[in-house]
Design a protein around this ligand. Structure first.
Ligand code: PLP
Length: 411
């Protein structure tokens, strides 16, 4: 009997995470030399003048928007699906989110809708690349630049993606990356801001210096959470404990069970939490220095795995990005008609799956800017995350291809 295939894996080995946990118990958290070295390596890797580290990507966005000194009520173009804290930052800073629906084939902004929205004089756009898919960046950036919109690229899901040979993260005025759990480059949390403009860099540095000291307990919690996820998704434990538990929970139909890493809150925040404003630690910077050289090789494994599954299953109804570009497939998504049915059909082959844990920001009645975004809604409800990580084996890929091919038309 073949072992079930987990919906997701952590990029680190269990052993290396145990090692980081030990180090995090005793190592200094504020070694500036190590932090600067990691910043320089990441900036050079992407091809930007400078990288400034923050505890979260949301904090990097917060710092950037503060530096722009926008008048209150400025309009900020947002994707309808991303993490909610980014929306919390925009709203907290007194600005107005303006949502642009996605193009179902790229999971990025729909170009026609974007071209209309830029006429309403937005100040900023958070250009978000989902699932490691590269859209037609030239066209999106041209639409935004023609209207002088300040571009923040969020490439948390698209590290090492390229458009026409140029790295994602080099197109906007600022680019942010989140090195959080489950990402292809994961340093137990962390948000990187990349920029070329000297004034902006100086401002971001000043904001970084104003952050409070990091707390060791926060770091230990973050590594422990990853470690537990890592164990729970490792082949044997997943087969013996996690998968049977998930299957059982599914029977009692807890909605969160179907979400990739569980359900998230949808309520507005009265205040931005203190933990968002504490420094990135030198332990995390050390993780970054050790992990960054490994990312490209893992990308190559994941890309060829997905290319293989796509070719042998023949699946076409999925977001695939701009043809011919260098996609990195942080996730492999296919659209289905009925998620519970598709889940059962895949489970018959031992393939675990999920829908996104990101939040549909246009379904939050207590937030401003609410409107219908049907393509984002479809992705949120019916875009299924299939296993997609560098640890997948050949036999698992074959099984996934068979399972996808056999998905009944009604699934
Ligand atoms: C598109 C995107 N942006 C940002 C983040 C995370 O940002 P933060 O570092 O603020 O948690 C994620 C994490 O899942 C993400 O998918």
């Amino acid at each position: 009997m073949a072992l079930p295939i987990s919906r997701g894996r952590i990029s680190h080995t269990v052993r290396s995470e145990a090692g980081w946990l030990m180090r995090a118990l005793v190592a200094p958290l504020e070694n500036e030399t190590i932090i600067r070295r990691a910043e320089q390596k990441f900036a050079a890797h992407i091809g930007r003048t400078e990288c400034i580290t923050f505890p979260f990507a949301r904090t990097a966005i917060w710092a950037t928007i503060q530096e722009l000194n926008l008048p209150p009520g400025s309009r900020v173009i947002m994707p309808p699906i991303t993490i909610k804290p980014i929306l919390d930052v925009i709203v907290h800073l007194g600005h107005e989110p303006v949502f642009v629906d996605i193009d179902p084939t790229t999971a990025c902004f729909d170009e026609r809708e974007l071209a209309e929205v830029v006429k309403t004089r937005p100040a900023v756009a958070v250009l978000t690349y989902l699932f490691g898919l590269v859209p037609n960046v030239d066209r999106l950036v041209r639409i935004l630049r023609e209207h002088d919109v300040f571009i923040i690229e969020d490439f948390s899901q698209c590290l090492n993606g390229e458009f026409n040979g140029r790295k994602i993260g080099t197109f906007g005025d600022v680019a942010v990356y989140s090195a959080s759990s489950v990402k292809t480059f994961d340093t137990f949390g962390g948000g990187y801001a990349l920029a070329n403009d000297a004034r902006l860099i100086a401002g971001l540095r000043r904001r970084q210096n104003e952050l409070r000291r990091a707390r060791r307990t926060d770091l230990l919690k973050s590594i422990t959470r990853n470690f537990v996820r890592n164990l729970a998704s490792s082949r044997m434990l997943f087969a013996l404990v996690t998968y049977p538990t998930l299957r059982m929970a599914t029977k009692f139909s807890k909605k969160a069970v179907g979400r990739f890493t569980g359900a998230r809150s949808t309520e507005p925040l009265a205040n931005l939490p203190d933990a968002w404003f504490r420094r990135y630690t030198s332990v995390q910077a050390q993780v970054a220095l050790s992990e960054l050289p490994r990312v490209t090789a893992r990308d190559a494994l994941r890309r060829s795995a997905i290319d293989h599954v796509v070719a042998s299953s023949g699946v076409t109804d999925r977001p695939f990005g701009e043809p011919g570009q260098h996609h990195v497939y942080w996730q492999f998504i296919v659209y289905v008609r009925d998620f519970p049915r598709a889940r059962e059909a895949l489970a018959a082959h031992g393939v675990d799956c999920a829908t996104t844990s990101l939040v549909l920001l246009t379904d939050l009645p207590r937030y401003p800017g609410q409107r219908a975004t049907p393509w984002a809604r479809r992705l949120y409800d019916l875009g299924v995350y299939l296993p997609c990580y560098h640890q997948l084996r050949k036999s698992e890929l074959e099984r996934m291809a068979v399972a996808i091919r056999e998905l009944a038309p009604s699934s």
